[in-house]
Design a protein around this ligand. Structure first.
Ligand SMILES: Nc1nc2c(c(=O)[nH]1)N[C@H]1C(S)=C(S)[C@@H](COP(=O)(O)O)O[C@H]1N2
Ligand SMILES: [Mo]
Length: 322
């Protein structure tokens, strides 16, 4: 019989349960570091390329920092952010960095489809070089109630929208990850609705905060972060920020997104961060800061209300915070 939904232990609830039920984090990290050393690999750098092959865009990093985006907290250590990821294509747990080395990031083609002047495809390096690359310090809040603060490099999603030349009738931008179960063993799990699909309204996609990420910590994006191109929408729960994008579709129909298809009552289309709206199975009032034992209060729109709240003022009857 075909299993239609994932076993409950695969849902992110375990991340939101109290700390003491988890594997001892230090031991786990030490074990991973040991394994990486034994293989003579650099897990933390997570270089997307084999030794001797440089990333074709390496010269663009570190990019000049855009000082507008300041943080209220210290940056997460690179070694913490690079060893704790959600990337279900490579496993339904956090230690996928090693498995994600199987992601082949060149050649990489991105397509613009649907309601555009002309559908077309572009090579990732052509696209990246056509864009104004900068660095921004952003917070990231996962729906599982953990958070980090990272220096992303990339360009405003609004620039990509301009480049794609959508029709004025387009209402949503849909973004999709690759689909290749030979490369990404997680995609053999048939109960997930691959490929990973996310979407934003055109207002959200052209909001100044919506950012296309091509690098982090002053380097090209390591694979486990969603190389070579992923979204950062920092006012929304992390699952909106789709990784390893191959397809942009402009449409007038709201897409049903990956997590929405799995569990619509828990993961909706809007998914704006709000400490007062609990997930059905846990509170969203506070968050565990990655790399620390601290919990800090969660902020409305993850602290980005000034830039984004106006987009939701006139939206009535929508579940904006789920
Ligand atoms: N394609 C794809 N994109 C994805 C995910 C995923 O499993 N697959 N996980 C999401 C979730 S739940 C989070 S919290 C962030 C994690 O990003 P990070 O690993 O860079 O911290 O990626 C998001 N984008
Ligand atoms: Mo997440």
């Amino acid at each position: 019989m075909l299993i239609k939904s994932p076993p409950s232990w695969q849902m992110p609830e375990r991340e939101a349960t109290p700390e003491h039920v988890f594997l001892n984090r230090r031991h786990f990290l030490a074990a991973i570091a040991g394994g990486a050393a034994a293989l003579g690999t650099n897990l933390i750098g997570g270089s997307a390329f084999a030794a001797g092959t440089a990333d074709p865009t390496a010269d663009l990093y570190p990019a000049k920092r855009n000082g507008i985006y300041a943080l209220d907290r210290p940056l997460t250590k690179e070694s913490d952010a690079a060893a704790y990821n959600n990337f279900y294509e490579f496993g339904s747990h956090k230690r996928i960095a090693m498995e994600a080395r199987k992601l082949k990031v060149r050649p990489w083609t991105v397509s613009f489809e649907g309601m555009v002047e002309k559908e077309r495809q572009v090579d990732i390096d052509t696209l990246i070089r056509a864009m104004p690359i900068e660095e921004r310090l952003y917070r990231m809040r996962c729906v599982e109630a953990w958070s980090m603060a990272v220096p992303w490099s990339g360009f405003a999603l609004a620039e990509l929208v301009k480049y794609a030349r959508p029709l004025s009738s387009a209402k949503y931008l849909v973004m999709q990850t690759f689909h290749d179960k030979k490369m990404a063993s997680g995609q053999k799990q048939v109960w997930y609705p691959w490929p990973y699909t996310e979407g934003l309204t055109m207002a959200e996609a052209t909001n100044e905060l919506a950012f296309m990420v091509t690098g982090v910590y002053g380097k090209p994006l390591p694979k486990q972060f969603g190389a070579p191109l992923r979204l950062a929408a920092p006012w929304k729960y992390g699952f909106k920020s789709v990784k390893s994008i191959v397809r942009f579709e402009f449409t007038d129909k709201r897409p049903v997104t990956f997590w929405e298809q799995i569990q619509a009552a828990e993961y909706g289309f809007w998914a704006n961060v709000n400490p007062k709206v609990s997930h059905p199975r846990w509170s969203q009032a506070s968050e565990r800061v990655l790399g620390t034992t601290k919990r800090v209060p969660t902020l409305l729109y993850n602290g980005y209300g000034e830039q984004v709240a106006h987009m939701y003022k006139d939206l009535k009857g929508e579940k904006l915070f789920m």
